[in-house]
Design a protein around this ligand. Structure first.
Ligand code: ZN
Length: 289
């Protein structure tokens, strides 16, 4: 038998058997295909589809988009002190900022969470990336353990070492991406796209630093800064290589005065006004360039 005939037999034999059975009025039981037949497998969190949040404000996509990220949530309460949990305190600040930004107009706003839900860390910057955000602000509150005397707000940006590492990782992962931070990388060689991503990352870090500086400038006298207000660290939540990002530590939850201020209506409003103003100035500078 030639190879061709053998191959045909391999394909045709099952069909012939099925046809024969059918002709004889017999049937072979087959699995019922329907929803009950769908098997669901819980994938690890990193592969989970990110639920994209609602975007508030003008639906004009040319308007800048700010992502506000209230830290922690759900089963992760964050720091706690003086009867306050960080996850609740920062959600209050985030919602106040959202309201101030919508009232002020001109920008689009989305929150990574609007209620008490748990998000894994990498989901947060990923939401900013997927929505093609222009600015990302993660809001937290510090804890000094038993030491209630320590107080004050501080602003973190990604350290340059962490920033470089993030760029390298991103280049590795996103080599097939078309654009990063407005830079065309499609069709470029691996080395060229890595360099372009590194440059884009540097620019994003400059913009993040500029925004952090504006928060300090606008918030002086209102936000109650820690003596060392500007810091940098290797924070996973800031590793969105193409979105300028800061992490705002609003104060010490373990300090009664800070905790009372940050959970009061006036305190939240004062924070929201300053932050909204810093955001407005930041975008005004961006569009002038
Ligand atoms: Zn925190």
């Amino acid at each position: 038998m030639s190879l061709r005939v053998q191959l045909w037999l391999v394909f045709l034999l099952p069909v012939a058997i099925m046809a024969g059975l059918y002709a004889l009025g017999l049937s072979i039981p087959v699995p019922h295909l329907g929803r009950s037949y769908v098997i669901t497998i819980d994938l690890p969190d990193a592969n989970r589809n990110v639920d994209l949040p609602k975007i508030y404000g003008p639906q004009d996509r040319s308007r800048p988009l700010v992502i506000i990220d209230p830290g922690h949530g759900g089963k992760d309460p964050g720091a706690s002190g003086v009867g306050v949990r960080e996850k609740d305190l920062v959600l209050g600040l985030a919602l106040a900022l959202k309201d101030a930004l919508i009232e002020q107009g001109g920008v689009r706003v989305a929150l990574t969470r609007e209620d008490d839900r748990f998000l894994v860390l990498p989901e947060r910057p990923e939401i900013a990336r997927l929505l093609d955000a222009d600015l990302f602000i993660s809001i937290h509150a510090d804890s000094a353990g038993e030491i209630s005397g320590i107080s004050g707000a501080s602003i973190y940006t990604l350290s340059s070492k962490a920033s470089s590492e993030a760029a390298a990782l991103f280049a590795e992962r996103e080599n097939n991406a078309d654009r990063v931070n407005g830079v065309e990388i499609a069709g470029q060689s691996h080395i060229v796209s890595s360099i372009l991503i590194e440059l884009a990352q540097q620019r994003v870090q400059e913009e993040s630093a500029e925004f952090a500086g504006l928060i300090v400038r606008e918030g002086r006298g209102t936000l109650g800064f820690h003596p060392q207000a500007r810091r940098s660290a290797s924070l996973a939540v800031l590793r969105a290589p193409d979105v300028p990002a800061v992490l705002y530590e609003s104060g010490y939850i373990t300090n009664p005065a800070d905790a009372a201020r940050l959970t009061s209506l006036e305190g939240r409003r004062a924070f929201a006004e300053v932050m909204a103003r810093a955001i407005r100035i930041y975008f005004a500078r961006q569009t002038r360039e």
